[in-house]
Design a protein around this ligand. Structure first.
Ligand code: HEM
Length: 488
Protein backbone atom coordinates (compact mmCIF):
# COMPACT_ATOMS: atom_id res chain seq x y z
CA UNK A 1 0.00 0.00 0.00
CA UNK A 2 2.85 2.38 0.91
CA UNK A 3 4.04 2.51 -2.71
CA UNK A 4 0.84 4.50 -3.47
CA UNK A 5 2.12 7.53 -1.53
CA UNK A 6 5.24 8.20 -3.66
CA UNK A 7 3.24 7.28 -6.81
CA UNK A 8 0.51 9.82 -5.96
CA UNK A 9 3.12 12.44 -5.11
CA UNK A 10 4.80 11.84 -8.48
CA UNK A 11 1.48 12.25 -10.30
CA UNK A 12 0.73 15.49 -8.41
CA UNK A 13 4.20 16.87 -9.19
CA UNK A 14 3.78 15.91 -12.86
CA UNK A 15 0.37 17.59 -13.11
CA UNK A 16 1.60 20.75 -11.35
CA UNK A 17 4.69 20.94 -13.57
CA UNK A 18 2.54 20.58 -16.68
CA UNK A 19 0.19 23.34 -15.44
CA UNK A 20 3.10 25.69 -14.76
CA UNK A 21 4.72 24.86 -18.13
CA UNK A 22 1.44 25.31 -20.02
CA UNK A 23 0.84 28.70 -18.41
CA UNK A 24 4.41 29.85 -19.02
CA UNK A 25 4.19 28.75 -22.65
CA UNK A 26 0.95 30.72 -23.16
CA UNK A 27 2.42 33.80 -21.49
CA UNK A 28 5.56 33.58 -23.63
CA UNK A 29 3.50 33.36 -26.78
CA UNK A 30 1.75 36.68 -26.02
CA UNK A 31 -1.64 35.17 -26.68
CA UNK A 32 -4.84 37.11 -25.93
CA UNK A 33 -6.08 36.91 -22.33
CA UNK A 34 -8.49 34.20 -21.29
CA UNK A 35 -9.46 31.67 -18.64
CA UNK A 36 -6.68 29.38 -17.43
CA UNK A 37 -6.66 26.05 -19.26
CA UNK A 38 -6.03 22.70 -17.58
CA UNK A 39 -3.48 20.35 -19.12
CA UNK A 40 -5.04 18.01 -21.70
CA UNK A 41 -8.59 19.26 -21.07
CA UNK A 42 -7.94 22.89 -21.86
CA UNK A 43 -10.99 25.03 -21.00
CA UNK A 44 -13.58 22.51 -22.09
CA UNK A 45 -14.77 21.85 -18.55
CA UNK A 46 -15.73 25.53 -18.13
CA UNK A 47 -17.97 25.71 -21.20
CA UNK A 48 -21.73 25.20 -21.04
CA UNK A 49 -22.09 22.47 -23.68
CA UNK A 50 -25.68 23.44 -24.51
CA UNK A 51 -24.97 27.17 -24.81
CA UNK A 52 -21.25 27.68 -25.48
CA UNK A 53 -21.94 31.19 -26.86
CA UNK A 54 -23.13 32.28 -23.39
CA UNK A 55 -19.93 31.06 -21.71
CA UNK A 56 -17.84 32.73 -24.43
CA UNK A 57 -19.75 35.99 -23.97
CA UNK A 58 -19.09 35.90 -20.23
CA UNK A 59 -15.37 35.56 -20.96
CA UNK A 60 -15.46 39.07 -22.39
CA UNK A 61 -14.40 40.06 -18.86
CA UNK A 62 -10.88 38.81 -19.75
CA UNK A 63 -10.73 41.06 -22.84
CA UNK A 64 -11.56 40.85 -26.52
CA UNK A 65 -10.51 38.69 -28.30
CA UNK A 66 -10.35 35.88 -25.73
CA UNK A 67 -7.99 32.93 -25.94
CA UNK A 68 -8.85 29.42 -24.75
CA UNK A 69 -8.03 25.82 -25.56
CA UNK A 70 -10.45 23.13 -26.60
CA UNK A 71 -9.98 19.62 -27.87
CA UNK A 72 -6.24 20.32 -27.94
CA UNK A 73 -6.77 23.26 -30.28
CA UNK A 74 -6.05 26.95 -29.88
CA UNK A 75 -9.34 28.86 -29.94
CA UNK A 76 -9.72 32.62 -30.26
CA UNK A 77 -13.23 33.94 -29.56
CA UNK A 78 -14.26 37.34 -30.89
CA UNK A 79 -17.06 38.83 -28.82
CA UNK A 80 -17.44 42.32 -30.29
CA UNK A 81 -18.39 43.66 -33.69
CA UNK A 82 -15.40 46.02 -33.61
CA UNK A 83 -12.84 43.21 -33.36
CA UNK A 84 -14.83 41.09 -35.83
CA UNK A 85 -14.67 43.92 -38.39
CA UNK A 86 -10.94 44.35 -37.75
CA UNK A 87 -10.09 40.68 -38.21
CA UNK A 88 -12.65 39.21 -40.60
CA UNK A 89 -13.26 42.27 -42.80
CA UNK A 90 -10.10 44.42 -42.75
CA UNK A 91 -7.75 41.43 -42.56
CA UNK A 92 -10.00 39.07 -44.52
CA UNK A 93 -7.09 37.77 -46.60
CA UNK A 94 -5.73 36.13 -43.45
CA UNK A 95 -8.95 35.10 -41.67
CA UNK A 96 -10.95 33.34 -44.38
CA UNK A 97 -9.78 29.74 -43.98
CA UNK A 98 -11.60 26.98 -42.13
CA UNK A 99 -10.24 24.57 -39.51
CA UNK A 100 -8.81 21.36 -40.88
CA UNK A 101 -10.80 18.28 -39.83
CA UNK A 102 -9.24 15.37 -41.74
CA UNK A 103 -11.03 12.79 -39.56
CA UNK A 104 -14.38 14.12 -40.58
CA UNK A 105 -14.65 15.82 -43.94
CA UNK A 106 -13.70 13.06 -46.40
CA UNK A 107 -14.75 10.01 -44.33
CA UNK A 108 -18.19 11.46 -43.54
CA UNK A 109 -18.75 12.89 -47.02
CA UNK A 110 -18.79 16.49 -45.77
CA UNK A 111 -16.04 17.76 -48.05
CA UNK A 112 -18.65 18.97 -50.57
CA UNK A 113 -19.90 21.65 -48.17
CA UNK A 114 -18.82 25.18 -49.12
CA UNK A 115 -18.67 26.12 -45.44
CA UNK A 116 -16.02 23.43 -44.80
CA UNK A 117 -13.74 24.32 -47.72
CA UNK A 118 -10.50 26.17 -47.29
CA UNK A 119 -9.97 29.55 -48.89
CA UNK A 120 -8.82 27.99 -52.19
CA UNK A 121 -9.77 27.74 -55.85
CA UNK A 122 -12.56 25.19 -55.31
CA UNK A 123 -14.10 27.48 -52.68
CA UNK A 124 -13.79 30.41 -55.09
CA UNK A 125 -15.66 28.31 -57.69
CA UNK A 126 -18.49 27.74 -55.18
CA UNK A 127 -18.65 31.43 -54.36
CA UNK A 128 -18.83 32.22 -58.09
CA UNK A 129 -21.90 29.99 -58.40
CA UNK A 130 -23.53 31.80 -55.46
CA UNK A 131 -22.49 35.20 -56.77
CA UNK A 132 -24.19 34.42 -60.10
CA UNK A 133 -27.39 32.98 -58.65
CA UNK A 134 -27.97 34.63 -55.25
CA UNK A 135 -27.26 38.33 -55.89
CA UNK A 136 -30.05 40.76 -54.91
CA UNK A 137 -30.83 41.36 -58.62
CA UNK A 138 -31.00 37.65 -59.50
CA UNK A 139 -33.05 36.38 -56.56
CA UNK A 140 -36.03 38.39 -57.80
CA UNK A 141 -36.52 35.50 -60.24
CA UNK A 142 -37.38 33.21 -57.29
CA UNK A 143 -39.97 35.46 -55.69
CA UNK A 144 -42.84 33.62 -57.39
CA UNK A 145 -41.61 30.35 -55.84
CA UNK A 146 -41.27 31.95 -52.41
CA UNK A 147 -44.76 33.46 -52.70
CA UNK A 148 -46.31 30.13 -53.75
CA UNK A 149 -44.55 28.23 -50.94
CA UNK A 150 -45.68 30.82 -48.37
CA UNK A 151 -49.28 30.45 -49.61
CA UNK A 152 -48.94 26.66 -49.19
CA UNK A 153 -47.58 27.23 -45.67
CA UNK A 154 -50.74 29.15 -44.79
CA UNK A 155 -52.88 26.36 -46.22
CA UNK A 156 -51.05 23.75 -44.13
CA UNK A 157 -51.33 25.91 -41.00
CA UNK A 158 -55.06 26.34 -41.52
CA UNK A 159 -55.63 22.57 -41.77
CA UNK A 160 -53.41 21.44 -38.86
CA UNK A 161 -52.26 24.47 -36.84
CA UNK A 162 -50.95 22.20 -34.07
CA UNK A 163 -48.27 20.94 -36.52
CA UNK A 164 -46.97 24.48 -37.20
CA UNK A 165 -43.37 23.43 -36.49
CA UNK A 166 -43.52 20.72 -39.16
CA UNK A 167 -45.13 23.12 -41.66
CA UNK A 168 -42.34 25.66 -41.16
CA UNK A 169 -39.72 22.98 -41.78
CA UNK A 170 -41.58 21.93 -44.92
CA UNK A 171 -41.75 25.55 -46.07
CA UNK A 172 -38.00 26.13 -45.72
CA UNK A 173 -37.28 22.91 -47.64
CA UNK A 174 -39.89 23.65 -50.31
CA UNK A 175 -38.59 27.16 -50.99
CA UNK A 176 -35.01 26.09 -51.65
CA UNK A 177 -35.97 22.93 -53.54
CA UNK A 178 -38.25 24.98 -55.78
CA UNK A 179 -35.75 27.79 -56.36
CA UNK A 180 -32.68 25.57 -56.61
CA UNK A 181 -33.94 22.52 -58.52
CA UNK A 182 -37.41 23.56 -59.74
CA UNK A 183 -38.67 20.72 -57.57
CA UNK A 184 -42.23 21.11 -56.30
CA UNK A 185 -43.19 19.25 -53.13
CA UNK A 186 -46.44 17.29 -52.98
CA UNK A 187 -49.02 17.92 -50.23
CA UNK A 188 -47.49 15.04 -48.25
CA UNK A 189 -43.77 15.73 -48.65
CA UNK A 190 -42.72 12.59 -46.80
CA UNK A 191 -43.87 10.65 -49.89
CA UNK A 192 -41.31 12.50 -52.01
CA UNK A 193 -37.99 10.63 -52.25
CA UNK A 194 -35.96 13.78 -53.01
CA UNK A 195 -37.43 15.54 -49.96
CA UNK A 196 -36.75 12.57 -47.69
CA UNK A 197 -33.18 12.20 -48.95
CA UNK A 198 -32.42 15.87 -48.44
CA UNK A 199 -34.02 16.20 -45.02
CA UNK A 200 -32.24 13.07 -43.75
CA UNK A 201 -28.91 14.37 -45.07
CA UNK A 202 -29.37 17.85 -43.60
CA UNK A 203 -30.49 16.49 -40.21
CA UNK A 204 -27.43 14.22 -40.12
CA UNK A 205 -25.09 17.16 -40.87
CA UNK A 206 -26.72 19.10 -38.06
CA UNK A 207 -25.69 16.36 -35.61
CA UNK A 208 -22.28 15.44 -37.03
CA UNK A 209 -21.15 19.06 -37.22
CA UNK A 210 -22.12 19.83 -33.62
CA UNK A 211 -19.22 20.80 -31.36
CA UNK A 212 -19.68 17.70 -29.19
CA UNK A 213 -19.56 15.32 -32.13
CA UNK A 214 -16.50 17.03 -33.63
CA UNK A 215 -14.76 16.69 -30.24
CA UNK A 216 -15.69 13.04 -29.94
CA UNK A 217 -14.61 12.07 -33.45
CA UNK A 218 -11.40 14.08 -33.24
CA UNK A 219 -10.43 12.36 -29.97
CA UNK A 220 -11.66 8.86 -30.94
CA UNK A 221 -11.49 8.63 -34.74
CA UNK A 222 -12.04 4.84 -34.72
CA UNK A 223 -15.69 5.54 -33.76
CA UNK A 224 -16.33 6.07 -37.45
CA UNK A 225 -16.37 2.25 -37.81
CA UNK A 226 -19.19 1.72 -35.26
CA UNK A 227 -21.78 -0.23 -37.27
CA UNK A 228 -24.85 1.77 -38.23
CA UNK A 229 -27.15 -0.68 -36.40
CA UNK A 230 -25.44 -0.08 -33.00
CA UNK A 231 -26.89 2.54 -30.63
CA UNK A 232 -25.58 5.90 -31.91
CA UNK A 233 -24.16 4.19 -35.00
CA UNK A 234 -26.60 6.00 -37.29
CA UNK A 235 -24.58 9.17 -36.59
CA UNK A 236 -21.14 7.76 -35.89
CA UNK A 237 -20.82 5.39 -38.83
CA UNK A 238 -18.86 7.21 -41.54
CA UNK A 239 -19.97 4.97 -44.42
CA UNK A 240 -23.62 5.62 -43.62
CA UNK A 241 -22.98 9.36 -43.58
CA UNK A 242 -20.99 9.26 -46.82
CA UNK A 243 -23.84 7.43 -48.54
CA UNK A 244 -26.41 9.94 -47.32
CA UNK A 245 -24.31 12.94 -48.34
CA UNK A 246 -23.84 11.51 -51.82
CA UNK A 247 -27.59 10.99 -52.05
CA UNK A 248 -28.25 14.55 -50.85
CA UNK A 249 -26.12 15.97 -53.64
CA UNK A 250 -26.93 13.54 -56.45
CA UNK A 251 -30.65 12.78 -56.09
CA UNK A 252 -32.03 16.26 -56.89
CA UNK A 253 -29.28 16.85 -59.45
CA UNK A 254 -30.03 13.65 -61.42
CA UNK A 255 -33.77 14.31 -61.32
CA UNK A 256 -33.27 17.84 -62.64
CA UNK A 257 -30.91 16.64 -65.36
CA UNK A 258 -33.56 14.23 -66.66
CA UNK A 259 -36.18 16.96 -66.59
CA UNK A 260 -33.88 19.36 -68.45
CA UNK A 261 -33.28 16.67 -71.10
CA UNK A 262 -37.02 16.09 -71.54
CA UNK A 263 -37.70 19.83 -71.66
CA UNK A 264 -39.90 19.70 -68.51
CA UNK A 265 -37.69 21.76 -66.20
CA UNK A 266 -38.54 25.36 -65.48
CA UNK A 267 -35.94 28.02 -64.64
CA UNK A 268 -34.04 27.45 -61.39
CA UNK A 269 -30.70 28.27 -59.74
CA UNK A 270 -29.00 25.09 -60.83
CA UNK A 271 -29.90 25.36 -64.52
CA UNK A 272 -29.01 29.07 -64.33
CA UNK A 273 -25.61 28.13 -62.88
CA UNK A 274 -25.01 25.63 -65.69
CA UNK A 275 -25.97 28.19 -68.31
CA UNK A 276 -23.52 30.70 -66.79
CA UNK A 277 -20.70 28.17 -66.51
CA UNK A 278 -21.17 26.50 -69.89
CA UNK A 279 -17.96 28.03 -71.12
CA UNK A 280 -15.84 26.72 -68.26
CA UNK A 281 -13.05 24.62 -69.72
CA UNK A 282 -12.89 21.96 -66.99
CA UNK A 283 -16.50 20.92 -67.31
CA UNK A 284 -16.21 17.94 -64.97
CA UNK A 285 -14.98 20.17 -62.16
CA UNK A 286 -17.62 22.74 -62.98
CA UNK A 287 -20.34 20.09 -62.68
CA UNK A 288 -18.95 18.96 -59.32
CA UNK A 289 -18.68 22.54 -58.07
CA UNK A 290 -22.24 23.42 -59.09
CA UNK A 291 -23.64 20.20 -57.61
CA UNK A 292 -21.79 20.70 -54.33
CA UNK A 293 -22.62 24.40 -54.06
CA UNK A 294 -26.32 23.70 -54.68
CA UNK A 295 -26.28 20.88 -52.09
CA UNK A 296 -24.76 23.30 -49.57
CA UNK A 297 -27.39 25.92 -50.35
CA UNK A 298 -30.10 23.40 -49.53
CA UNK A 299 -28.63 22.89 -46.06
CA UNK A 300 -28.11 26.64 -45.72
CA UNK A 301 -31.78 27.40 -46.33
CA UNK A 302 -33.48 24.40 -44.77
CA UNK A 303 -32.09 24.63 -41.23
CA UNK A 304 -31.43 28.34 -40.46
CA UNK A 305 -34.44 29.73 -42.33
CA UNK A 306 -36.77 27.26 -40.62
CA UNK A 307 -35.16 28.03 -37.24
CA UNK A 308 -35.58 31.78 -37.81
CA UNK A 309 -39.31 31.31 -38.45
CA UNK A 310 -39.59 29.22 -35.29
CA UNK A 311 -37.89 32.04 -33.34
CA UNK A 312 -40.42 34.45 -34.88
CA UNK A 313 -43.31 32.25 -33.68
CA UNK A 314 -41.89 32.19 -30.16
CA UNK A 315 -41.46 35.99 -30.17
CA UNK A 316 -45.07 36.51 -31.29
CA UNK A 317 -46.33 34.31 -28.45
CA UNK A 318 -44.27 36.21 -25.89
CA UNK A 319 -44.80 39.72 -27.32
CA UNK A 320 -48.48 40.05 -28.41
CA UNK A 321 -48.22 43.86 -28.53
CA UNK A 322 -45.53 43.63 -31.21
CA UNK A 323 -47.64 41.17 -33.18
CA UNK A 324 -50.68 43.47 -33.02
CA UNK A 325 -48.72 46.49 -34.20
CA UNK A 326 -47.32 44.58 -37.21
CA UNK A 327 -50.78 43.26 -38.07
CA UNK A 328 -52.20 46.79 -37.95
CA UNK A 329 -49.47 48.03 -40.28
CA UNK A 330 -50.13 45.18 -42.71
CA UNK A 331 -53.89 45.69 -42.68
CA UNK A 332 -53.59 49.43 -43.22
CA UNK A 333 -51.35 48.96 -46.27
CA UNK A 334 -52.57 45.75 -47.88
CA UNK A 335 -56.12 45.44 -46.57
CA UNK A 336 -57.74 42.06 -45.99
CA UNK A 337 -58.70 41.06 -49.53
CA UNK A 338 -55.38 39.85 -50.86
CA UNK A 339 -52.11 38.29 -49.72
CA UNK A 340 -49.23 40.63 -49.91
CA UNK A 341 -46.41 40.55 -52.31
CA UNK A 342 -42.77 41.57 -52.35
CA UNK A 343 -43.75 44.90 -53.95
CA UNK A 344 -45.52 45.86 -50.68
CA UNK A 345 -42.29 45.61 -48.70
CA UNK A 346 -41.18 49.29 -48.82
CA UNK A 347 -44.56 50.27 -47.33
CA UNK A 348 -44.17 47.97 -44.32
CA UNK A 349 -41.21 49.28 -42.27
CA UNK A 350 -42.39 47.85 -38.94
CA UNK A 351 -42.72 44.37 -40.48
CA UNK A 352 -39.18 44.64 -41.88
CA UNK A 353 -37.96 45.85 -38.46
CA UNK A 354 -39.64 42.79 -36.94
CA UNK A 355 -37.71 40.53 -39.34
CA UNK A 356 -34.42 42.22 -38.36
CA UNK A 357 -35.25 41.89 -34.67
CA UNK A 358 -36.00 38.18 -35.16
CA UNK A 359 -32.52 37.74 -36.66
CA UNK A 360 -30.98 39.68 -33.75
CA UNK A 361 -32.98 38.46 -30.75
CA UNK A 362 -32.02 34.79 -31.10
CA UNK A 363 -29.39 34.46 -33.85
CA UNK A 364 -29.81 30.94 -35.19
CA UNK A 365 -26.14 30.50 -36.10
CA UNK A 366 -24.82 31.99 -32.83
CA UNK A 367 -21.15 31.11 -33.31
CA UNK A 368 -21.18 31.49 -37.11
CA UNK A 369 -18.79 28.91 -38.55
CA UNK A 370 -15.25 28.99 -37.15
CA UNK A 371 -12.82 30.92 -39.31
CA UNK A 372 -9.10 30.06 -39.31
CA UNK A 373 -6.00 32.14 -40.04
CA UNK A 374 -3.59 31.32 -42.86
CA UNK A 375 -0.60 32.86 -41.09
CA UNK A 376 0.34 34.03 -37.59
CA UNK A 377 -0.86 37.54 -36.87
CA UNK A 378 -0.42 40.24 -34.25
CA UNK A 379 -3.59 42.07 -33.22
CA UNK A 380 -3.47 44.93 -30.69
CA UNK A 381 -0.26 43.46 -29.28
CA UNK A 382 -1.57 39.90 -29.00
CA UNK A 383 -0.44 37.07 -31.18
CA UNK A 384 -3.14 35.07 -32.97
CA UNK A 385 -1.78 31.59 -33.70
CA UNK A 386 -2.02 30.16 -37.19
CA UNK A 387 -1.78 26.38 -37.26
CA UNK A 388 -5.08 24.73 -36.38
CA UNK A 389 -6.47 27.70 -34.44
CA UNK A 390 -10.20 28.32 -34.62
CA UNK A 391 -11.20 31.98 -34.71
CA UNK A 392 -14.85 32.10 -33.67
CA UNK A 393 -17.13 35.11 -34.19
CA UNK A 394 -19.59 35.03 -31.28
CA UNK A 395 -22.57 36.54 -33.09
CA UNK A 396 -24.76 35.92 -30.05
CA UNK A 397 -22.54 38.19 -27.91
CA UNK A 398 -22.47 40.89 -30.62
CA UNK A 399 -26.27 40.98 -30.87
CA UNK A 400 -26.33 41.45 -27.09
CA UNK A 401 -24.07 44.51 -27.02
CA UNK A 402 -26.08 46.81 -24.67
CA UNK A 403 -24.59 49.95 -26.18
CA UNK A 404 -25.83 49.10 -29.64
CA UNK A 405 -28.92 47.18 -28.53
CA UNK A 406 -30.18 48.48 -25.14
CA UNK A 407 -32.18 45.88 -23.15
CA UNK A 408 -30.90 43.23 -25.54
CA UNK A 409 -33.08 40.40 -24.21
CA UNK A 410 -36.30 42.28 -25.01
CA UNK A 411 -37.86 41.65 -28.42
CA UNK A 412 -38.32 45.18 -29.71
CA UNK A 413 -38.48 45.82 -33.49
CA UNK A 414 -38.60 49.56 -32.68
CA UNK A 415 -34.81 49.53 -32.22
CA UNK A 416 -34.50 49.28 -36.03
CA UNK A 417 -36.67 52.39 -36.61
CA UNK A 418 -35.76 56.04 -36.18
CA UNK A 419 -37.90 58.71 -34.49
CA UNK A 420 -39.89 59.17 -37.75
CA UNK A 421 -40.68 55.47 -38.06
CA UNK A 422 -38.20 54.98 -40.90
CA UNK A 423 -35.87 51.99 -40.97
CA UNK A 424 -32.36 52.65 -39.67
CA UNK A 425 -29.27 51.60 -41.62
CA UNK A 426 -28.71 48.61 -39.31
CA UNK A 427 -29.98 45.50 -41.11
CA UNK A 428 -28.48 43.14 -38.51
CA UNK A 429 -26.11 41.88 -41.17
CA UNK A 430 -23.88 40.40 -38.45
CA UNK A 431 -26.31 37.50 -38.10
CA UNK A 432 -24.96 36.29 -41.46
CA UNK A 433 -21.26 36.25 -40.53
CA UNK A 434 -18.29 38.21 -41.80
CA UNK A 435 -15.80 39.05 -44.51
CA UNK A 436 -15.22 36.78 -47.48
CA UNK A 437 -17.09 34.01 -45.68
CA UNK A 438 -20.27 35.99 -45.16
CA UNK A 439 -23.38 33.92 -45.91
CA UNK A 440 -23.94 34.07 -49.69
CA UNK A 441 -27.61 33.12 -49.25
CA UNK A 442 -28.47 36.08 -47.03
CA UNK A 443 -30.56 38.03 -49.57
CA UNK A 444 -32.51 34.92 -50.50
CA UNK A 445 -32.92 33.97 -46.83
CA UNK A 446 -34.21 37.42 -45.89
CA UNK A 447 -36.78 37.23 -48.71
CA UNK A 448 -37.94 33.72 -47.65
CA UNK A 449 -38.28 34.86 -44.03
CA UNK A 450 -39.98 38.17 -44.90
CA UNK A 451 -42.71 36.75 -47.15
CA UNK A 452 -43.53 33.96 -44.68
CA UNK A 453 -43.68 36.33 -41.70
CA UNK A 454 -45.77 38.93 -43.54
CA UNK A 455 -48.27 36.35 -44.77
CA UNK A 456 -48.56 34.59 -41.40
CA UNK A 457 -49.18 37.91 -39.64
CA UNK A 458 -51.80 38.87 -42.22
CA UNK A 459 -53.66 35.58 -41.84
CA UNK A 460 -53.31 34.40 -38.24
CA UNK A 461 -52.86 35.54 -34.68
CA UNK A 462 -50.27 33.46 -32.87
CA UNK A 463 -51.25 32.78 -29.26
CA UNK A 464 -50.25 30.59 -26.34
CA UNK A 465 -51.66 27.06 -26.37
CA UNK A 466 -54.12 26.25 -23.55
CA UNK A 467 -53.97 23.41 -21.03
CA UNK A 468 -56.86 21.05 -20.25
CA UNK A 469 -58.45 23.67 -17.94
CA UNK A 470 -58.20 26.38 -20.57
CA UNK A 471 -55.25 28.21 -18.99
CA UNK A 472 -52.65 29.63 -21.38
CA UNK A 473 -49.31 27.80 -21.31
CA UNK A 474 -46.21 29.98 -21.39
CA UNK A 475 -43.61 28.22 -23.53
CA UNK A 476 -40.26 27.34 -21.94
CA UNK A 477 -38.19 26.65 -25.02
CA UNK A 478 -35.03 24.58 -25.01
CA UNK A 479 -32.33 25.31 -27.54
CA UNK A 480 -30.73 22.47 -29.47
CA UNK A 481 -27.14 23.02 -30.43
CA UNK A 482 -25.37 22.07 -33.60
CA UNK A 483 -24.11 24.34 -36.35
CA UNK A 484 -27.31 26.23 -35.70
CA UNK A 485 -29.25 26.83 -32.54
CA UNK A 486 -32.81 25.58 -32.83
CA UNK A 487 -35.79 25.97 -30.57
CA UNK A 488 -37.53 22.70 -29.82
C1 HEM B 1 -31.81 33.02 -41.89
C2 HEM B 1 -31.09 32.24 -42.66
C3 HEM B 1 -29.59 32.13 -42.62
C4 HEM B 1 -28.69 32.52 -41.66
C5 HEM B 1 -28.97 33.19 -40.32
C6 HEM B 1 -27.37 32.18 -42.14
C7 HEM B 1 -26.21 32.45 -41.46
C8 HEM B 1 -24.94 32.06 -41.89
C9 HEM B 1 -23.72 32.27 -41.15
C10 HEM B 1 -23.60 32.97 -39.81
C11 HEM B 1 -22.71 31.75 -41.87
C12 HEM B 1 -21.22 31.70 -41.49
C13 HEM B 1 -20.51 32.94 -42.03
C14 HEM B 1 -19.07 33.03 -41.57
O1 HEM B 1 -18.36 32.03 -41.62
O2 HEM B 1 -18.64 34.13 -41.17
C15 HEM B 1 -23.29 31.19 -43.08
C16 HEM B 1 -22.56 30.56 -44.07
C17 HEM B 1 -23.11 30.07 -45.23
N1 HEM B 1 -24.45 30.14 -45.62
FE1 HEM B 1 -25.95 30.95 -44.56
N2 HEM B 1 -27.49 31.61 -43.38
C18 HEM B 1 -28.82 31.56 -43.72
C19 HEM B 1 -29.37 31.10 -44.90
C20 HEM B 1 -28.65 30.63 -45.97
C21 HEM B 1 -29.19 30.31 -47.28
C22 HEM B 1 -30.62 30.52 -47.69
C23 HEM B 1 -28.15 29.85 -48.04
C24 HEM B 1 -28.15 29.43 -49.49
C25 HEM B 1 -29.17 29.55 -50.32
C26 HEM B 1 -26.96 29.87 -47.22
C27 HEM B 1 -25.73 29.46 -47.62
C28 HEM B 1 -24.57 29.57 -46.85
C29 HEM B 1 -23.27 29.08 -47.30
C30 HEM B 1 -22.95 28.40 -48.63
C31 HEM B 1 -22.35 29.40 -46.27
C32 HEM B 1 -20.86 29.11 -46.25
C33 HEM B 1 -20.10 30.29 -46.85
C34 HEM B 1 -18.59 30.07 -46.91
O3 HEM B 1 -18.05 29.33 -46.10
O4 HEM B 1 -17.96 30.67 -47.80
N3 HEM B 1 -27.29 30.36 -45.98
N4 HEM B 1 -24.65 31.40 -43.07
Amino acid sequence: MYFLIPASAAVIVLVLTTIVRTRRKLKDKGLPPGPKPLPLMGNLYQVDPAHPWITFAEWKRYGDPVYCQMFGRDVVVVNSERVAQDLFEKRSRNYSDRMSMPNMLEPYGLAFDTAALNHDTVWRGHRRVFQQTLRPETIVAYEATQFRCAANLLKDMRITPESWWKHIRKYSAAVIMGAMYDHELPMKPEEDITFRTMVEGADLIFIIASAGMIALLTALPFLRYVPAWCPGGRWLNAENSLRRMNALINTPFNTLKKRIASGEAGPCMMSEAFAKFEDMSKLEDAERIIKDACGTAYIGEYIPTGSTLIVFTLAMILYPVVQKRAQEEIESVVGVDRLHEFSDKPLLPYTEALVRETLRWRPVVPLAISHAATSDDIYEGYSIPEVGAAVIPNIWAMTRDPEKYPRPDTFDPGRFLDANGHLTKDTCEISFGFGRRICPGRHFARASVWIAIAQILASFTIEKAKDASGNPITPAPEWATGITSQVF
